[in-house]
Write a protein that binds this ligand. Structure first.
Ligand SMILES: NC(=O)c1ccc[n+]([C@@H]2O[C@H](COP(=O)([O-])OP(=O)(O)OC[C@H]3O[C@@H](n4cnc5c(N)ncnc54)[C@H](OP(=O)(O)O)[C@@H]3O)[C@@H](O)[C@H]2O)c1
Length: 184
């Protein structure tokens, strides 16, 4: 059977940033929303494609609705004390290379959607575990907020990871763009 396919789904600003948290700027609700309904549609389509949704413990804690989308949830966590209260989690995987690669082997042939956040995106990219990128770019410069790949990780892969563009769509009148890439 073929290997698992890991697709990273993210919405970024023109300067490649995402919101840090629901409390900090650029908070999507407080600032009137920098992401579009069209990006939400892209995310829903990615969820429909996936067999499993993979996310960091913080993203799941902040967006518990992700656990109600009818898909198996996989939480990336070191097993912090907060985790036992997350009754809706099904699987917990530690964020180190051996744990992640070993776990992925058990999902041969499955489609995994990486839902964030930045630490989790960065962890999978650092270990070269992302096969596809689904990136929506909103036409706004945020100036604050982290890079979507998170800069604080160590042992980052030295080799650049190359991707080819499979599809490019303009989503709306304000020219929100969606790009779908595959690792080469
Ligand atoms: N724009 C978008 O498309 C998008 C999508 C999703 C999220 N986001 C944003 O991202 C924010 C959350 O990102 P985040 O990076 O703070 O949280 P996160 O990646 O959701 O979760 C971080 C947690 O995951 C575990 N983890 C994952 N990789 C790790 C590593 N290499 N080392 C140690 N622990 C690791 C740890 O869990 P334990 O502490 O349990 O060990 C860590 O506390 C949200 O507030 C949201 O705004 C944006």
């Amino acid at each position: 059977m073929s290997a698992a396919i890991v697709r990273l789904s993210v919405c970024v600003s023109l300067d490649g940033r995402v919101a840090t948290s629901v409390d900090a700027p650029p908070n999507q609700e407080k600032f009137g929303g920098w992401t579009s309904e069209d990006d939400k549609r892209v995310f829903k389509a990615n969820v429909a494609w996936a067999d499993l949704l993979v996310m960091g413990s913080k993203t799941l804690a902040q967006s518990p609705i992700l656990a109600k989308m009818g898909k198996q949830i996989v939480v990336i966590s070191r097993g912090s004390p907060a985790m036992p209260s997350m009754k809706w989690r099904r699987v917990v995987v530690r964020p180190d290379r051996a744990s992640l690669t070993g776990w992925l082997k058990a999902f041969d042939g499955k489609k995994l959607l990486l839902c964030g956040g930045v630490m989790t995106y960065g962890t999978f990219l650092q270990f070269g575990l992302v096969d596809e990128l689904s990136v929506t770019v909103e036409p706004v410069v945020l100036n604050v907020g982290p890079s979507f790949t998170f800069q604080g990780l160590v042992n980052v892969e030295a080799e650049p990871q190359k991707f080819e563009l499979l599809r490019l769509d303009r989503l709306n009148e304000r020219q929100t763009v969606h790009m779908h890439y595959r690792r080469v």
